[in-house]
Every structure is written in C-alpha cells, then in structure tokens.
Design a protein around this ligand. Structure first.
Ligand SMILES: Cc1cc2nc3c(=O)[nH]c(=O)nc-3n(C[C@H](O)[C@H](O)[C@H](O)COP(=O)(O)OP(=O)(O)OC[C@H]3O[C@@H](n4cnc5c(N)ncnc54)[C@H](O)[C@@H]3O)c2cc1C
Length: 217
C-alpha cells in the first residue's frame, strides 16, 4: 500500500503529476545517485548533498560521525531528503511554457542512527552497491576503526511523495504557428570512458560492472 498522502506530502501545484505510490517512489530512489538532505541546525536551514541507498522502506545515509548532518539527524531532528532525476529540457514556443521533464521524490521524517555493527556494514554495502552495483565484492570491507568513525543513518520512507513530468511542451494553441523550434532535449546521467588509476598494474582490465555502467533502472 502506498503511504497515505498526509497533508504535508499532498502535491499541491499540478497535483496530477504527483503520486504516493510506493513502487513509483522506490523506482526513482533506486535510479538516483544524490539526495539533498535538508534540516535545521542551530536555527540555520541547511541542504546537504549526499549519496544514499534504499533498502526496503528505508533510506540509508552515511558520513563522518563528526559531521554536522550526521550529528543533527542522529539527534532526531526533522529531515527532508529530495532526489531528482532530470530527464529533459522542454522548449516551448513561449517563454512561460518552457519546462523540464523530471522525476523526483521528497521524503519527510526523522532518521535514527544505525549502531549495530552488522546492520551498519549492511547499510554501507547497500550504499556502495547502489552507486556501483557489483563493487562491494571486489573491495576491502570497512575495518572496525573505519566503522567506528562512520555514522550511518536510517530514514524511514513512510511519508513521501513523487512528482514527474514527461512529454512535449504544452503550448497555447495561438502560439503553434510561431516560428520558434519546440520540443524536448533529453538529458541523462551517462558514464564517460573509465580513467584507470595510474597506480594500477599495467594491463589491468576494466571490470564489466564499470565498462557496462548505467544508471537506467
Ligand atoms: C554528490 C555528493 C555526494 C556526497 N555524499 C556524501 C555522503 O554520502 N556522506 C557525507 O557525509 N558527505 C557527502 N558529501 C559531502 C557533503 O555534501 C558535505 O560536504 C559534508 O557532509 C559536510 O560535512 P561537514 O560537517 O564538514 O560540514 P557542515 O557543517 O555540514 O557544513 C559547513 C559548511 O560547509 C559548506 N558545505 C558543506 N558541504 C558542502 C557542499 N557539498 N557544497 C558546498 N558547500 C558545502 C556550507 O557552507 C556549510 O554551511 C557529498 C557531496 C556531494 C557533492
């Protein structure tokens, strides 16, 4: 069942583009790479970009145990995590009808600190695998000391909304005869050619999970 559209997460402008369908929310979270985490610390609103992973109905975040975002969220501060996928620029015939094609999610809630070592490792694994699927198995896992120095947070995805736009520009009928080009310029996160670390032994092959990397889910 989708989480109930609480008054706080009811999409107001262009509500037809909003949804509280959990599967739709999960798809967007699973494709994104960066979430912007908002909170208030000492009266100052902050929005900090972070990597993340979704595991079931929770978002895992991590950072230095001493960082402000980790300390503030672990202390139970209200938080907001936003993930945006920019799919295209929508070029209309009038300035006012320009738009963007996008899929985005806003999650509201309070995070809790993940303290139990096995869950901490599992959350860090989820974050690594979310960013680069297949990576965890090839690399050294965190040491006890690294785990100690790292704060891991779990934010429940229980009060969340998604919003999306797709398709061509929506011009006024009277503007359709204007000479301006109109349409969509698609945008996507696509990898460039891998750049090997100079310290790698010569001839080391690029693993398939790197050479075939894609964000499309
Ligand atoms: C794509 C991306 C992914 C990231 N993923 C993570 C992650 O998963 N975990 C993590 O801990 N950190 C991540 N970071 C770094 C993160 O955004 C913060 O820089 C870090 O958490 C700051 O911690 P702090 O306590 O030192 O700074 P804070 O006390 O939070 O910030 C102090 C001041 O530093 C400035 N500042 C802090 N961060 C940034 C920033 N990113 N850009 C510009 N100014 C900034 C602001 O002026 C802020 O007021 C990521 C950054 C990017 C861009």
């Amino acid at each position: 069942m989708p989480p109930p559209p609480t008054e706080r997460t009811r999409v107001r402008q262009r509500g037809d583009r909003g949804t509280h369908d959990l599967a739709a929310i999960h798809r967007i979270l699973d494709e994104g790479l960066v979430c912007h985490v908002g909170f208030v610390a000492e009266g100052q609103p902050l929005v900090i970009p972070m990597n993340y992973a979704r595991a079931g109905d929770r978002l895992y975040l991590h950072g230095s145990a001493t960082s402000r975002v980790v300390r503030t969220l672990a202390g139970g501060a209200p938080a907001c995590a936003t993930v945006t996928l920019l799919d295209g620029l929508v070029l209309a015939r009038s300035a006012m009808h320009h738009s963007v094609n996008y899929r985005s999610v806003v999650v509201l809630g309070r995070a809790t600190a993940v303290e139990e070592p096995a869950e901490k490792v599992s959350a860090l694994r989820a974050i690594v695998e979310h960013v680069v699927p297949g990576r965890w198995a090839e690399v050294r896992p965190p040491s006890a000391r690294e785990l100690e120095a790292t704060g891991v947070l779990a934010l429940p995805i229980t009060e969340a909304s998604a919003k999306m736009r797709s398709g061509p520009p929506v011009d006024d009928a009277a503007d359709l005869a204007l000479g301006a080009w109109a349409g969509v310029l698609p945008l996507a996160t696509v990898p460039g050619a891998p750049v090997p670390d100079p310290a790698l032994p010569p001839g080391r092959r690029v693993p398939p999970y790197v050479s075939a990397y894609s964000r499309s889910r």
